[in-house]
Design a protein around this ligand. Structure first.
Ligand code: NAD
Length: 503
C-alpha cells in the first residue's frame, strides 16, 4: 500500500500519530493509498519550520518572490498531464476537468506573479507642513489553508499563491480524500525556488489530517490567519474557533446556486449551459447550478423537454475516458448521501423525472458512479431544495414571475453563485443589482470570477469579511502599516497636549 506523507521543511515526512485515512480510486472503488493523519505535535513541527523560514522569505524582495511564482507556473504547466491524471485518480473528475482545476489555480499564480505591483502602498506628499504619510503592506507571518476535496489543485493555489507571494510562509491542510496533488504542488514549489536561485525550504508545508489537524491549526499561537473552504457547518466552526483564538479567518462554505431562465432566453444555449453546470464534475462544485428556475409554464415545459433530450445523451464514464462528460463521485459514502437525497425528494413530493441511482458501468460495478438525475416541481419548503446535495441532481423550481425568481435565490440560506439567462439587458441588470447572492452570471452558468477579481459568496456560503484571491486575497494575507513622517524646518515646537489635527 502506497503511503502519502506530509511535506515539511522541504521533505516528505512519515506520519507518527499512528492514524491513517484511506484514499480511494473512485472509478474502481478500491483503496489505492493511505494518507497520514497528523496529530498536534506533527502540525507544530511544520509550524516551527514555517516560522524559521518566514524571516528569510519575507526579506526576499517582492520581485524575486515573483520570479519563484513564474518558475512555479512554468513547472506546473510542464507537469500538467501527470498532475491531472493524479488528480482524476483520487477525485474521480475527468482528465479535462482536472486540467481545468489546475489551470484555474495557475491563473491565481499568474496574479501572484504581479506581487510587486499589488504590494505598493499609498503615499501622500505634504499631508501637513513637512509631513508625508505613506503606508505599506506587510505579511502576517505563518498562515494556513484548509481545503476541500472538490478542487485539490485550484483552491490550495488560490490560497498559497497569494499568501506566499506577499511574504508569508504557509501550512496547507488539504482534504484527506485526495491529498496527492497538493503534495506534488509543494514539491514543485521547492524546485521553483531552486530554479529561481532561492532557498524556499519551509515556505510551503503540507500537513495531512482530519479534525485533529484542523483543531491544532485553529489553536496554534504561531498561526496568524486561516483560510478555509469546505461545507458550511465546518466553515462556521472554523470561523468561530479561529477568531476566538485571535486569528484572522475567511471561511467559505456550501452552496445551492440557482439558474433563472426568463422566457426570452436563448433556449438552445441555456439548456447546454445548464446541463454542463449541473452535471459537470458530477455536480461536485460549489459553483455548480443544481437549481433551475424557469419563469412561466411555457418556459418550464420547454426547458424540461429539452433537458430530457440532453440528459439522454450524457456520457458518464471512468475519469480517464476522454469521451465521458463526468466520472464517479468521490466516495461510497458521498454516493449514498446523494442517493438518500433522491429518495427524500421523491418522498416529499417532487416529481422524479430521471433517476440516476441505478446507473452502473460495466466492469466498474464497485465504482462510485451515479447517473444524471432530474426533479421537476420542487418546492421551496422541501428539504432537498433547502440543503446542498453536491451531486449530479438538477431540480426544477417553477416560478410564475420575475419577482418570484429573484426572491428564490435571495431567500435561500446559501448565497454563493446565481445565473440569469435572458436577452433582456434591463431585466438582467435589475436582477444582478437586487439578488442577495455574492457572484452573479448573466448568460454565464458558472460565474467564477477571474483571478484578479475576487471569489466569495454571501450568507451561509462564507463566514468572514474578505474574499479569496484578487486584492481581497492580498488584504487578507497582509496587514497595513501607516507611517506619518515629519521633517520640520527651523525651531522645534512646544509639546502638544491635544490630538494633532491638520489646520
Ligand atoms: P468538508 O467541509 O467535509 O471538508 C473541508 C475541510 O475541512 C477538509 O480539509 C476536511 O479535512 C476538514 N474537515 C472535515 N470535517 C471536519 C471537522 N469535523 N472539523 C474540522 N475540520 C473538518 O468539505 P468537502 O466535502 O471536502 O468539500 C465539499 C464542500 O465544500 C461543499 O459543501 C462545497 O460547496 C464546499 N465548497 C465551497 C467552496 C466555496 O468557495 N464556497 C468551494 C469548494 C467547495
Amino acid at each position: 500500500m502506497r503511503d502519502i506523507r506530509h511535506f515539511v521543511n522541504g521533505e516528505a515526512v512519515a506520519g507518527t500519530s499512528g492514524r491513517f485515512g484511506d484514499v480511494f480510486n473512485p472509478n474502481s472503488g478500491e483503496v489505492q493509498a493511505r494518507v497520514a493523519l497528523a496529530a498536534a505535535g506533527e502540525l507544530d513541527a511544520a509550524v516551527q519550520a514555517a516560522v524559521k523560514a518566514q524571516h528569510r522569505w519575507s526579506a526576499v524582495n517582492p520581485q524575486r518572490r515573483a520570479r519563484v511564482m513564474f518558475e512555479f507556473k512554468r513547472l506546473v504547466e510542464a507537469n500538467m498531464n501527470t498532475l491531472a491524471e493524479l488528480l482524476s485518480s483520487e477525485h474521480g473528475k475527468v482528465i479535462a476537468d482536472s486540467k481545468g482545476d489546475i489551470q484555474r489555480g495557475l491563473e491565481v499564480i499568474e496574479f501572484a506573479c504581479g506581487v510587486p505591483h499589488v504590494l505598493k502602498g499609498e503615499y501622500t506628499e505634504g499631508a501637513g507642513p513637512g509631513i508625508d504619510v505613506y503606508s505599506m503592506r506587510q505579511p502576517l507571518g505563518v498562515v494556513a489553508g484548509i481545503t476541500p476535496f472538490n478542487f485539490p489543485a485550484m483552491i490550495p493555489m488560490w490560497m498559497f499563491g497569494v499568501a506566499i507571494a506577499v511574504g508569508n510562509t504557509f501550512i496547507l491542510k488539504p482534504s484527506e480524500k485526495d491529498p496527492s496533488v497538493p503534495v506534488r504542488l509543494a514539491e514543485l514549489f521547492m524546485e521553483a525556488g531552486a530554479a529561481a536561485g532561492l532557498d524556499v525550504t519551509g515556505v510551503l508545508n503540507v500537513v495531512h489530517g482530519d479534525k485533529a489537524a484542523v483543531d491544532a491549526i485553529l489553536t496554534h499561537p504561531d498561526i496568524k490567519a486561516v483560510s478555509f473552504v469546505g461545507s458550511s457547518d465546518i466553515a462556521q466552526y472554523v470561523y468561530a474557533t479561529g477568531t476566538a483564538h485571535g486569528k484572522r479567518i475567511q471561511a467559505m462554505g456550501g452552496a445551492k446556486n440557482h439558474g433563472v431562465i426568463l422566457p426570452d432566453a436563448d433556449m438552445d444555449q441555456t439548456v447546454k449551459d445548464l446541463v454542463g453546470a449541473a452535471f459537470g464534475s458530477a455536480g461536485e462544485r460549489c459553483m455548480a447550478l443544481p437549481v433551475a428556475v424557469p419563469v412561466g409554464k411555457k418556459t418550464a415545459d420547454e426547458l424540461r423537454e429539452r433537458l430530457l433530450v440532453e440528459i439522454e445523451t450524457l456520457k458518464v464514464g471512468v475519469s480517464t475516458d476522454a469521451a465521458a462528460q463526468y466520472g464517479p463521485v468521490v466516495s461510497a459514502q458521498h454516493r449514498a448521501k446523494i442517493a438518500d437525497y433522491i429518495r427524500i425528494g421523491q418522498e416529499e413530493g417532487a416529481e422524479l423525472v430521471v433517476d440516476g441511482r441505478d446507473f452502473a458501468l460495466q466492469g466498474y460495478e464497485k465504482g462510485f458512479f451515479i447517473g444524471p438525475t432530474l426533479f421537476d416541481h420542487v418546492k421551496p419548503g422541501m428539504k432537498t431544495y433547502q440543503e446542498e446535495i453536491f451531486g449530479p441532481v438538477l431540480q426544477l423550481v417553477r416560478a410564475e414571475t420575475f419577482e418570484e425568481a429573484v426572491a428564490l435565490p435571495s431567500q435561500h440560506q446559501y448565497g454563493n453563485g446565481v445565473a440569469i439567462f435572458t436577452r433582456n439587458g434591463r431585466a438582467a441588470r435589475e436582477f444582478a443589482a437586487r439578488v442577495n447572492v455574492g457572484m452573479v452570471g448573466i448568460n454565464v452558468p458558472i460565474p467564477v470570477p477571474v483571478a484578479y477579481h475576487t471569489f466569495g459568496g454571501w450568507k451561509r456560503s462564507a463566514f468572514g469579511d474578505t474574499n479569496q484571491h484578487g486584492m481581497e486575497g492580498v488584504k487578507f494575507f497582509t496587514k497595513v502599516k501607516t507611517v506619518t513622517a515629519r521633517w520640520p524646518e527651523g525651531v522645534s515646537e512646544d509639546s502638544a497636549f491635544v490630538i494633532p489635527t491638520m489646520k
